[in-house]
Design a protein around this ligand. Sequence first.
Ligand code: FNR
Length: 183
Amino acid sequence: MTHRVGYVVGSLSERSINRRLAKALARLAPHGLELVEIPINELPLYNHDYDGDYPEAGTQLKEAIESSDAILFVTPEYNRSIPGALKNAIDWATRPWGTNSLDGKPAAVIGASIGAISTAVAQQHLKSILAFTNSPVLGQPEAYIQFSDGLITEDGEVTNETTAEFLTLFLTAFAGHIKRNLG
Ligand code: FNR
């Protein structure tokens, strides 16, 4: 059986290193996992005046999450937290009140930065948010990718064998987490 994983890239940049990482993960996905992007770039800034008349982009986001078996967040760290664009997408996904699309959805978090501690602090913030949205998050392995020039090509080829092996291990652990949570 194949589980469909919707992945959200926390960066809107066309040159995003996290998008490269997401492409690498999609290429490395083991048998039984299919990774499909859930775009967040068309979403307006959320406020609850939209709740009575959700825009198309908000509805599409919710439908994409609901039709996925699990969600993978691939995100940069901005000022030691998650980017506003990603928080905005999560806010859209959880509203209108009583229709939280992330409720019970198995999740995993990974991210890349050139910094020595990578995206560790942003990931802790994101995991705290996902506890509130009631989305069970993969605990181990934690995945803090320190990006260096050429580590992943633009089309998602990982040039370092140890990194490729680690990403495969991460995806295999996520597949196990999804199976345990979906029963
Ligand atoms: C950053 N960057 C950054 N890096 C980091 O490791 N910790 C941080 O707190 C921040 N803060 C931060 C804030 C803002 C506003 C920007 C634009 C950047 C650097 C960041 O890791 C780098 O720009 C990455 O390339 C961003 O990821 P994407 O967009 O390339 O995927």
